[in-house]
Design a protein around this ligand. Structure first.
Ligand SMILES: [Zn+2]
Length: 389
């Protein structure tokens, strides 16, 4: 009898050893194709089609985000093939930056009336921001869709650059936009930019000191002036984005949104509650290895260097526990949630590895999100990174 019990125990141990966890939840992927800026696309349609063919044969792809060249033909060709496979095609459309070549938009200024510094990642990616409150800026972006892209077969639009400058432009980047139009908008939100200027003159970066951080609360500002400023900024910037999104959705288009990670979003005017109510899906950029704007560690280092006097900002190692916190912060919102993980490789800018990608996707599965956005250019993804999916 004892021998039988031991045998049963051994069998149970063997079975549980061979099946240590439930089968992996399958994620649906959204893929990004960066064609470069408005000029002729950096890739020929054949190259894009070949790449997408190869990728969609290996992993389940639900949508492809592609842009933002003005060349209509590439979208028509790519769209026809994607639609045959039941895959949606979304236009990658920058809203408050990168529009200088195609629209005459009013630029953003800081609360002192100066243009914040920008960040030239490469030609056509200069991160120079426009005023979020100017209704003509918003109208021009929607008109751009209508005039250039409405007849290209898009199922939706993926809105990028829906924010102000970040700490990449120092304190000036986040204390923006402060143009007369925005100053009036802040006043409507009961925030006096004159009081912010005075407080900053007296306190410098201490104005943005925080008493703590949790994924549920975000950073908690010690000074109510700072708390009120960033809450109002969220309503102003995100309210403007919501109106643009609604206008595009009224054309029958899906809307996806490119967002800063939850912990940094309030600084750039992204209010997740407002934005998620006007989006079909959101893509928080949870990039832990990107040394460029939107990279989480990169942006946080910029915050720390812009606010040497501020208290309360902890060190955040860009480990999987930190990623878990950001995923947790996304949970309350009702729209589709597809975290963005960078899987392209760029030396010095995005030094990603297969194990980094696997670790990030496992975290997304643990939070039961439906999928992920594979960022930010499938054309630059090494084959072993696709295998890692
Ligand atoms: Zn403004």
């Amino acid at each position: 009898m004892k021998r039988l019990t031991l045998l049963v125990l051994a069998l149970v141990a063997l079975v549980s050893c061979q099946n240590p966890k439930a089968p992996k939840e399958e994620l649906t992927y959204i893929v990004q194709v960066s064609l470069g800026s408005w000029d002729a696309p950096e890739y020929a349609a054949e190259a894009v089609l070949e790449r997408l063919d190869s990728v969609t044969a290996k992993i389940p792809v639900g949508k492809v985000i592609i842009g933002w060249s003005k060349d209509k033909e590439i979208y028509r060709e790519v769209g026809a093939q994607l639609h045959e496979k039941g895959i949606d095609m979304l236009l990658w459309l920058p809203v408050f930056a990168e529009t200088e070549a195609v629209c005459d938009n009013a630029p953003s200024v800081d609360i002192w009336g100066h243009a914040p510094e920008h960040f030239d990642l490469k030609e056509g990616e200069g991160f120079r921001f426009n005023c979020p409150s100017d209704p003509e800026n918003a109208q021009r972006i929607v008109a751009l869709y209508d005039s250039l892209f409405a007849d290209c077969g898009f199922d939706g639009v993926f809105l990028d650059r829906i924010r102000t400058q970040s700490f990449v432009g120092g304190i000036s980047g986040v204390l923006s936009c402060g143009c007369p139009l925005c100053e009036a908008r802040f006043a409507e939100e009961s925030v006096d930019l004159g009081a912010i200027r005075e407080a900053y003159a007296a306190e410098k970066g201490r104005l943005l000191s925080v008493s703590g951080y949790t994924p549920e609360t975000g950073f908690v500002f010690e000074n109510p002036l700072a708390a009120d400023f960033f809450a109002a900024k969220g309503r102003i910037v995100s309210g403007a984005v919501a109106a643009i999104a609604d206008s595009l959705r009224s054309r029958g288009l899906q809307v996806g949104m490119d967002l800063y990670a939850p912990f940094m979003a309030p600084f750039v005017g992204q209010d997740y509650a407002i934005l998620s109510a006007h989006a079909d899906f959101i893509k928080p950029m949870l990039y832990r290895m990107t040394n460029a704007p939107a990279g989480m560690g990169f942006e946080y280092a910029m915050l720390k260097s812009a606010l040497p006097e501020a208290d309360g900002y902890p060190d955040f190692p860009m480990d999987v526990a930190f990623l878990d916190g950001q995923l947790k912060a996304m949970e309350p919102y009702a729209c589709g949630k597809f975290p963005g993980i960078e899987i392209n490789y760029r030396e010095g800018i995005a030094p990603t590895t297969p194990s980094y990608i696997r670790e990030s996707l496992d975290a997304i599965r643990r939070h039961h999100f439906p999928g992920a956005v594979l960022s930010w250019n499938i054309m630059e993804v090494p084959e072993e990174h696709i295998q890692a999916l």
